[in-house]
Structure formats: structure tokens, C-alpha cells
Design a protein around this ligand. Structure first.
Ligand code: ZN
Length: 86
């Protein structure tokens, strides 16, 4: 399983340059119940398809950024800094 990612700062690099940060989740509102907090901490959708994910450029600029990737094919549709994500 090898593919390339485009760091918004550094450009195209092998996936081994990066650390996977998991799928993007929605934080609970201001005072979550225990159930909402447990869901946020432990449950993931784990889709077979396109999902939005966090990636960290550990061997480069050490920036966290977002990517949209198809988990079935590892096709990366786009990458962007969080403030510039579509
Ligand atoms: Zn970088």
C-alpha cells in the first residue's frame, strides 16, 4: 500500500512521509453527555469510500492538514490546510 500525498506546504511526497490522523469527526457541543463524549472518543464511521481525513507531515514541515481520500483505492482527491479546505 503505497501512494503519494500533496502537502500544502511541501508538495508531492510518499505516504511514508506522513502520519495518519484519522477521519474528521464533529466535536460535541459545549456540554456533552457521557454517551456523546464516548461516541466522539471511540466511534468512527470507517467508510469504504470517500472520507475526509487528518494527515501530519512528520518528515517535512510538521503541519496538520486535511485530505479527501477514497479508502478503497487510496486515490487522494485533494489536500488543503484546515482554513482553506473546500
Ligand atoms: Zn509539508
Amino acid at each position: 500500500m503505497s501512494f503519494v500525498l500533496t502537502c500544502p506546504n511541501c508538495g508531492v511526497r510518499e505516504v511514508t512521509d506522513f502520519a495518519f490522523g484519522g477521519e474528521v469527526t464533529e466535536r460535541p457541543k459545549s456540554r456533552p453527555s457521557t454517551r456523546e463524549l464516548n461516541t466522539y472518543n471511540y466511534f468512527r464511521r470507517n467508510v469504504a469510500g470517500v472520507q475526509r481525513e487528518w494527515w501530519y507531515h512528520r518528515s517535512g514541515c510538521r503541519a496538520w492538514f486535511l485530505a479527501e481520500r477514497d479508502t478503497r483505492t487510496n486515490d487522494v482527491h485533494w489536500t488543503a490546510m484546515p482554513e482553506a479546505a473546500p
